[in-house]
Design a protein. Sequence first.
Length: 279
Amino acid sequence: MKSICSTIFHLSAKQEALHASLQESAEQKAEGIPTSRHPPVTIHTYPFVSASPPFPFEAGPPIDHASGKVSSIAPYLRSANNLSYTRTLALLRRELGPHFPFEKLWERHTYFEFAERDAPKTMATMVSTPYVNHVPTMTGGVGFQDLARFYKYHFVRENITPPDTELITISRTIGADRVIDEMIFKCTHTTEIDYFLPGIKPTGKPLEIALVGVVAFRGDKLTFDYWDQASVLVQLGLLEPGNLPVAGVDVARKVVDPFGQPSNRLLTRWKESEGLPVD
C-alpha cells in the first residue's frame, strides 16, 4: 500500500493563486480515498492577515502578554493563530500522538472545584500561566497568582458556592486541544456567588443557569476556561439596570483578548482578598 504523508497548509486569503493551485492538487490526491480515511492534504485560508511575513510570526505566546495590558494584536490575527494552531495540532495528534484523556482531566478539575472545593488541587490541574474568564461578569483571573487567589477566596469557599449546587452536562465536544461543555448549573441562591453574581446578596430563590464552558489544554494541563451564561437575572427578579452585574462591550473584548482586559471589575469583594496568602 502506498504511504501518504498528511499535509496541512495555512494561507492568507490574499494568496489566491497559491490556494487555487494547492486546492487542485489536493482534490487530485483525494480521489479514490475511502471516507474512512482523512484526506491527505488540507488547506485553510484566513482573512485580513499577512502573507509575508507569515502571519503566525506576528504574535507571541500568551506568557509574553502582561495582565491588564491591552494587546496590540489584531483580532483577525489572533483568530488565525488560534485556529491554525488547533488545526495543526489535530493533524499531529491524529498521526503521531500523544493522546490525553481530556474528559477525565476536565472532570477532575471540576471535582476539585465543586466537590472537594480545594483551590491548590484545582490550580494543580492547570498550566503555570492560566486564565479563567466567566462571561459576562468577567470574573476569574489571569496568571497563576491572581487565579489562585480567585479560586481560594472567591470560588471554593462554602460561603461562595451554594451547598446544593449541581452541574448537569447536556452535551460535550472533544477537540484536539479543548473540551466544550454545554451544562446546566442549578442551585438555590443562598450565598453571594462571587463568580456568577458579584455584589448580589442572596435572594433565596432557585436558580438554573444554562452554561457553555470552553476549556483548553496544553498537554495534560488546562490553560484556560471561560463560561457564558444566560437567563440568570430575570430568575432572581433583578430588573433594575443599576443592580445588574453585567459588563458591556468589554465582555466581547475580553473573549478576544483575555490578557488585555482586567478581571473582577464588578467583583466588589475582590479588594478584600488583596495581599492574602494563596498557598
